[in-house]
Write a protein that binds this ligand. Structure first.
Ligand code: NDP
Length: 293
């Protein structure tokens, strides 16, 4: 068997196009332009790349992009003051503080300052609580994008056995809530899970969010399963360069699975597309307009 490749890049491009159409409609019919503020503290190279591409895609979708680049030594009070200003700025509908933050800053306290309505990353405890109790919330972008790919691939997920490997607050835990919301039977595995291969072999849906290159082997996968590889790991190659791989041994898994996301080109592009979707949703809610479906 050779798995179907789930083309997240193409799906994300389609989603961005749809969002662009809705943004144009909002502008024409209601005179409203969704605005996303991205705050970057310090000069982490990976974060700079993410922030650049978030800004570019925001503008391409017809939204307003506000970028704030603060020096690495920024103190908590300065950052909190900026967030409070953005909370009260009516042109800003979404606020994203790029993580990780430098050590002197307290991530939990910073996230708590973001107005839950503008928390397009879905990390504020109010949004976490709403998601966990099945209420309308801002949903973290990576799990949201992963769920979209799963539903596109499988349709109704009811009754399927889902295993999520990795229990972070930004991927694993919200992924579990989304899969529960779709009536899957969900297992959340982590570094203390006993006999992980036996657990993953039960999965009709396997979501890997571990951060360990190619950890999940072909024989850990149930034949025909749908595999969502969230991992993004850079590994050195023999020619002295590097390449990106996921948390799943792609070649071996593709021989067993029914469908699988590649790395790159799978979940990665969905994350920014979902950030734009969340900004659009936040804008609609803040203007008492119905959510766009
Ligand atoms: P974290 O480091 O926060 O969490 C990793 C999780 O994996 C932890 O729960 C940890 O368990 C678990 N884990 C570690 N080693 C093992 C092991 N040997 N067996 C089983 N479980 C293990 O990672 P993130 O959730 O932030 O990210 C995960 C991956 O996804 C990374 O590669 C990251 O780059 C990528 N990522 C990709 C995104 C995208 O846009 N595609 C967005 C966000 C992340 P424990 O809790 O017990 O320590």
């Amino acid at each position: 068997m050779t798995a179907k490749v789930i083309d997240g890049k193409a799906f994300a491009a389609g989603l961005r196009e749809k969002i662009g159409g809705e943004v144009a409609r909002l502008r024409e019919e209601h005179g409203v332009v969704p605005g996303l503020a991205v705050v970057l503290v310090g000069e982490d190279p990976a974060s700079q790349v993410y922030v650049r591409s978030k800004g570019r895609q925001t503008v391409e979708a017809g939204m307003e992009s506000f970028e704030y680049r603060l020096p690495a030594e920024t103190d908590q009070e300065t950052l909190v003051t900026l967030i409070r200003d953005l909370n009260s700025d009516p042109k800003v509908h979404g606020i994203l503080v790029q993580l990780p933050l430098p050590d002197q800053l307290d991530e939990a306290l910073v996230i708590a300052e973001i107005s839950p309505d503008k928390d397009v990353d879905g990390f504020h405890v109010s949004n976490v609580g709403l998601l966990n109790t099945g209420q309308a919330s801002m949903v973290p972008c990576t799990p949201l994008g992963s769920l979209m790919l799963l539903k596109d691939q499988l349709g109704d997920l009811s009754g399927l056995e889902a295993v999520v490997v990795g229990r972070s607050n930004i991927v694993g835990k919200p992924m579990v809530q989304l899969l529960l919301g779709e009536n899957c039977t969900v297992t959340l595995a982590h570094s203390r899970t006993k006999d992980l291969p036996a657990v993953t072999r039960r999965a009709d849906i396997l979501v890997a969010a571990v951060g360990r290159p190619e950890m999940i082997k072909g024989d850990w996968i149930k034949p025909g399963a749908t595999v969502i590889d969230v991992g993004i790991n850079r590994i050195p190659t023999t020619d002295g360069k590097s390449r990106l791989v996921g948390d799943v041994d792609y070649a071996a898994a593709a021989a067993v699975a029914g469908a699988i996301t590649p790395v790159p080109g799978g979940v990665g592009p969905m994350t920014i597309a979902c950030l734009l979707a969340n900004t659009l949703t936040a804008c609609c809610r803040q203007n008492d307009l119905p959510d766009v479906r």
